[in-house]
Design a protein around this ligand. Structure first.
Ligand code: SF4
Ligand code: SF4
Length: 183
């Protein structure tokens, strides 16, 4: 099998893609670390691309699911009554950095979560979000095929996850407990 660099373009022709969310779901948008925010701002002056978001119960619950076994660290990073930054969206739920030809931020400067999606890593094990709106996820039958689709591999995904964790001041890996793949 060969990689499919057009997958995200094909996805955009069919549905909302991962650069849009359902209006009203903004609180669940992945948080943006200060490092990532500043890196984007160096490239592009703030044009309303960032939003302050309260650490709601739903948001914290979602982050705890993404970082299992790290409750203490997550609660210290996102205490209730406080706020974090996230990408801003317009009234239709589209990320404000989304242009007519896709993301306006160069690949290397995009938030780590955007660069990782649809992959995720828990306790060093790579998995894929079971997102019904992700065309790549719908078309792929196993993890290896997903790597081929995005021309990536487990090492690159783990490296990106390590950078994301570092940006949040988290240790490079969470621990040793394996989690179930979503395939
Ligand atoms: S920053 Fe770019 S890749 Fe990330 S959600 Fe916005 S448009 Fe999509
Ligand atoms: S990563 Fe998945 S959801 Fe995002 S644009 Fe590509 S195919 Fe669509």
């Amino acid at each position: 099998m060969t990689s499919d660099p057009s997958i995200c373009k094909r996805c955009a022709l069919q549905g909302p893609t991962c650069c849009r969310l359902e209006p009203g779901q903004e609180e669940f948008c992945f948080p943006l670390s200060q490092t990532e925010k500043e890196r984007i701002q160096e490239f592009q002056p703030d044009e309303g691309g960032f939003a302050l978001q309260e650490n709601t119960e739903g948001f914290v619950h979602n982050i705890l699911r993404l970082f299992p076994g790290e409750k203490e660290r997550v609660l210290a990073l996102f205490p209730r009554q406080k706020f974090h930054f996230r990408l801003a969206v317009d009234a239709s739920g589209a990320c404000r950095f989304l242009g007519s030809k896709g993301c306006r931020i160069p690949q290397d400067l995009r938030p780590y979560y955007c660069r990782l999606f649809p992959f995720w890593v828990v306790h060093n094990e790579v998995s894929v979000f079971d997102s019904p709106s992700c065309l790549a996820r719908r078309e792929a039958v196993h993890l290896l095929r997903m790597f081929e689709t995005f021309d990536t591999n487990a090492g690159t995904v783990r490296d990106l996850m390590g950078r994301l964790r570092l940006a949040w001041g988290l240790p490079p890996t969470a621990g040793s407990k394996p989690v179930k793949r979503s395939f």
